[in-house]
Design a protein around this ligand. Structure first.
Ligand SMILES: [Cu+2]
Length: 128
């Protein structure tokens, strides 16, 4: 009888632990939204302090490039000005004149990008 209890304990314990591990692995897979290949490239260019286009509609796994065509240095950040949120591992990047940054659109949703030094220079992009 005691052996049977022990066997039952091991079996039930194994099922519980296996379930917990499966949930953790499943959550990690959802959080790590990886693109194995990329689609179209969308460009937001900054001229005279204005990001064009103001709204970009893209598909999941497309790429987005932000180009600074102005003479001044910009600090491009994702998220709204007072609440930066990294996108594709990029939270902020300095762009001197003519420089650009490119991210892969790994997460769906509505996002915001702006120049942290001049927060009126901003645009939105939506990833479907
Ligand atoms: Cu900012």
């Amino acid at each position: 009888m005691r052996k049977l209890d022990l066997a039952l304990f091991v079996v039930v314990g194994g099922i519980v632990i296996g379930g917990v591990v499966a949930v953790i692995v499943g959550n990690n897979r959802a959080a790590t939204d990886v693109c194995t290949s990329t689609g179209a490239n969308h460009v937001i260019s900054i001229s005279n302090g204005i990001m064009q286009p103001q709204d970009t509609l893209a598909q999941h796994c497309d790429t987005l490039t932000v180009i600074n065509k102005d003479d001044i240095t910009r600090r491009i950040a994702f998220g709204v000005h007072d609440h930066h949120q990294a996108y594709d591992g990029v939270s902020e990047k300095i762009l001197h004149k003519g420089e650009s940054l490119t991210v892969t659109l790994i997460k769906t949703g509505d996002y915001h990008v702006h120049d942290h030094y001049h927060d009126a220079t901003e645009a939105e992009f939506t990833v479907k």
